[in-house]
Design a protein around this ligand. Structure first.
Ligand SMILES: [Zn+2]
Length: 71
């Protein structure tokens, strides 16, 4: 995976270019060191963040699509 790689939005049915990374964790099944990353286009950045936040998951949205923090 290179810096030039093109990422697509993680939202089901969306194939827009991702411009943000939504990093999150489910505290009930993931320990503190685990980070999941969804990628989001401009239209779904807020949608995905709100979806996770509504489930009380810790969520951080970063500019730029990257999977490098996923673990
Ligand atoms: Zn999208």
């Amino acid at each position: 995976m290179t810096a030039e790689a093109t990422f697509v939005c993680s939202r089901a049915g969306c194939d827009e270019i991702a411009t943000s990374s939504v990093e999150w964790r489910n505290p009930r099944i993931h320990d503190e060191s685990r980070v999941k990353v969804w990628l989001a286009c401009d239209a779904h950045r807020e949608y995905l963040r709100d979806y996770l936040a509504s489930r009380d998951f810790p969520v951080t949205v970063r500019d730029g699509a990257s999977m490098e923090n996923a673990r």
